[in-house]
Ligand binder design. Structure first.
Ligand code: PXG
Ligand code: PLP
Length: 442
């Protein structure tokens, strides 16, 4: 395979969420990918333990998806989505709707998780306004929540590093629930931790403080991904749902990571048996082959907004140039076909016990403070090195990279979310590599 010469000067590209100076002093560049593996520009093979960035659930460069995109690019490269349409947009929406929890079958397309979150928050406000409750404007997020990087997303999000530089201009009417991470009670939980359902009751406190009549929506990740794989305590999501319903507050599940098989079901909502009013998605919606995201709204939410407009009027003043982009829609339909044909959600479900056992076998590995998992996602939290938070996980990540395994880290937490096509041997290799890496870091 011919590859282009690697450019010497990496300075033009301002890299996202990256230590630019450190990276450019010792770059890690990917040249190609197939199935479970990346290949680096210096020709080394990398086993993908993170599905790219939690998104390539069917494995890389799948022939069916590649062909669908190529054919679409040659047939209809672009179609305006405002007051115009193309058939694949409607097909993709119908196919996504089939996988959503019952009733959430109205799909708005975006190009990323961040856009999905901002779209969902706007839909929540528009819904209450259309019902004549326009004073319901407050949005409730959660500490340690990640909802992308739009101003809406960082406002409801709960990650201080993503907020502090912009803190003077965050959305004004926002409050936060406490996070559910509790190692004192729940360290080394397999699956859902037993302790912490009561933390959902904090929503009642916020309702008492603000009054329900001012609160539009609560947004949470069913399983928090970016802040280090925080699995919800047993009963917690059910409790949140009950409190939202009781007070007429919309519940939004941000399923950008959990959607499309990560937990062994189409959605976390299905996995936990808790149905939100609005659900955000992105990433694995089309195997990350072309940027795409979406928002699933309940019929009630959709119909309230759409039926409130005057005939001929645009009902929701919101949308993106690339909403339902033909290439993204083609990749989406091909991806959902592949998930179904290969039974990849069921495969993830079947592999989960093996994955759990392989992860928890690292309980006695050096530096390990906690291991937590659900479906095909796992977090391993390390003791931080005194005076250098994050350094240990970064060095472990580098050691794994050198040993040919790609993992993800955030702070001092290692995160694992392999493509759903991962084999048992590859699962063993990922965690063996991590064990060795941890033994080798200070
Ligand atoms: N919501 C959730 C729950 C996410 O996980 C987003 C929104 C934003 O999606 P976009 O497509 O705008 O990035 C995400 C994205 C990490 C990591 O380090 C996680 C994400 C993105 C990048 C890095 O774990 N999740
Ligand atoms: N900025 C300008 C000047 C634009 O014209 C547009 C779209 O037409 C946008 C931003 C928004 O771009 P997008 O629709 O791709 O989000």
């Amino acid at each position: 395979m011919t590859s282009r010469p690697v450019i010497d000067d990496l300075s033009s590209f301002w890299m996202p969420f990256t230590a630019n100076r450190q990276f450019k002093a010792a770059p890690r560049l990917l040249a190609s990918a197939k199935g479970m593996y990346y290949r680096t520009t210096d020709g080394r093979e990398l086993l993908d333990g993170s599905a790219g960035l939690w998104c390539v659930n069917a494995g890389h460069a799948r022939d069916e998806i590649v062909a669908a995109i190529a054919q679409q690019a040659a047939t209809l490269d672009y179609a305006p989505p405002f007051q115009m349409g193309h058939p694949l947009a409607f097909e993709a929406a119908a196919r996504v709707a089939e996988l959503m929890p019952a009733g959430l079958d109205r799909i708005f397309f975006t190009n990323s998780g961040s856009e999905s979150v901002d779209t969902a928050l706007k839909i929540a406000l528009a819904y209450h306004r259309a019902r004549g409750e326009g004073q319901r404007t407050k949005l409730i997020g959660r500490e340690r929540g990640y909802h992308g990087v739009g101003f809406g997303g960082i406002s409801v999000g709960g990650i201080v590093a993503n907020r502090k530089a912009f803190s003077g201009q965050l959305l004004p009417a926002v409050d936060h629930l406490p996070h559910t991470h509790d190692l004192e009670h729940n360290a080394f939980s397999k699956g859902q931790p037993a302790f912490g359902a009561h933390l959902a009751d904090d929503l009642e406190r916020l309702v008492t403080l603000h009054d329900a009549s001012t609160i539009a929506a609560v947004i949470v990740e069913p399983v928090a991904g970016s802040t280090g794989v925080l699995v919800p305590p047993q009963g917690y999501l059910q409790r949140l749902r009950e409190i939202c319903t009781k007070h007429g507050i919309l519940l939004i599940f941000d399923e950008v990571i959990t959607g499309f098989g990560r937990l062994g079901k189409a959605t976390a909502s299905e996995y936990f048996g808790v149905t939100p009013d609005i659900l955000t998605m992105a990433k694995a919606i089309n195997n990350a082959a072309v940027p795409m995201g979406g928002v699933a709204a309940s019929r009630a939410v959709h119909d309230t907004i759409v039926n409130s407009g005057a005939p001929g009027a645009i009902e929701l003043f919101h949308g993106y140039t690339y909403s339902a982009h033909p290439l993204a829609a083609a990749a989406c339909v091909a991806t959902l076909d592949l998930y179904r044909r290969e039974g990849l959600f069921e495969r993830a479900h079947a592999l989960a016990p093996k994955f759990e056992a392989a992860a928890h076998a690292l309980r006695d590995a050096k530096h390990v403070k906690d291991i937590r998992n659900l479906g095909l996602v796992c977090g391993i939290e390390l003791e931080s090195r005194s005076g250098a938070p994050g350094a240990r996980a970064y060095e472990a990540f580098l050691k794994c990279f050198e040993a040919g395994v790609l993992i993800r880290f955030t702070g001092d937490i290692l995160a694992f979310s392999p493509p759903l096509i991962v084999s048992e041997e590859q699962i063993e290799r990922i965690f063996d590599t991590v064990r060795n890496a941890l033994a080798a870091v200070q």
